[in-house]
Design a binder for this molecule. Structure first.
Ligand code: SF4
Length: 269
């Protein structure tokens, strides 16, 4: 995998150090596989032993912009993005509407998205702002996405965003408790309509609750990472929530493995 200057800068901001570019005639630094380099540089890894990259499992080749298997029910069916955002803001389909300050629709690509990033439920800051992944965790996510060649904001030269970020459930459960199955069921109608509108090629699940919901597996996050799953006909790759990575920077190397897996999943299609 090759790394341009921007990606190298983003990786550095994530805490990864790539080797300096070597002189012409030698092996270029960009040809070095990033996860192994990350492992070698990372403080929690044995410094002299490079960790093997995460193996790429056999994948069912995803089709660009597939039709989602999960269809939006009548309440949201047919709504365009602005109307759906408005509907979510006033949604009372489950009890979480009672204590939310703001529903969180999400942000990013306005039309087709390469990556749909589905996060754990809104935290207190997201609930207050009415937006997904605000603050330091959001800034870390933005650097991670840029390093992976994705972005949820427009580029400096007017490039359209390629990713959209939205929580698995749009209203914050009281005191940050885990959402209940009935609440997740109710809110999946919104996510299904977002998939119809955005036609993503891949879903990146950030955090345990998003990962368990999308994979249908009640496993620890570590068992859900490292291979692609399927949700509604879309490939799903699981990784850590950026808020967790801020608390546990040793796991940034694993997050980078997951982003590389996501890239390989799309390029193998
Ligand atoms: S969590 Fe989802 S289904 Fe429940 S009220 Fe909020 S937007 Fe509606």
């Amino acid at each position: 995998m090759g790394w341009d200057e921007r990606q190298r800068a983003m990786l550095a901001e994530m805490g990864f150090r790539l080797p300096a570019v070597r002189a012409a005639g030698s092996v270029a630094a960009e040809e070095v596989d990033a996860p192994a380099e990350v492992a070698a540089e990372h403080p929690v890894a044995p410094p002299a032993v490079a960790r093997a990259p995460v193996a790429m499992p056999p994948l069912t080749a995803p089709v660009a912009a597939p039709a989602p298997r999960i269809a939006a029910p009548a309440g949201f069916a047919g709504l365009d993005a602005p109307a759906l955002r408005d509907a979510v803001a006033g949604c009372r389909a489950c009890g979480l509407c009672e204590q939310r300050r703001n529903a969180v629709y999400g942000n990013g690509a306005l039309q087709q998205a390469d990556w749909l990033i589905v996060t754990d439920p809104p935290d207190d800051a997201d609930d207050a702002a009415g937006d997904a992944l605000t603050g330091d965790a959001g800034r870390l996510l933005d650097r991670m996405l840029l390093a992976a060649g994705q972005s949820r904001v427009a580029g400096k030269n007017g490039e359209a965003p390629t990713a959209f970020v939205t929580p698995i459930i749009k209203c914050r459960p009281p005191r940050g408790r885990a959402p209940q199955p009935a609440e997740l069921d109710a809110c999946e109608a919104v996510l299904a309509r977002q998939v119809e509108l955005l036609r993503p090629r891949l879903v990146l699940a950030l955090g345990l609750q998003a990962a368990r919901r999308l994979t249908g597996l009640a496993e620890p996050l570590g068992k859900l990472r490292g291979h692609a799953h399927s949700w509604g006909g879309l490939p799903v790759v699981v990784t850590y929530h950026p808020a967790y990575l801020l608390r546990s920077p040793a796991d940034k190397a694993g997050a980078w493995d997951d982003l590389c897996l996501a890239r390989r999943t799309l390029t193998s299609s």
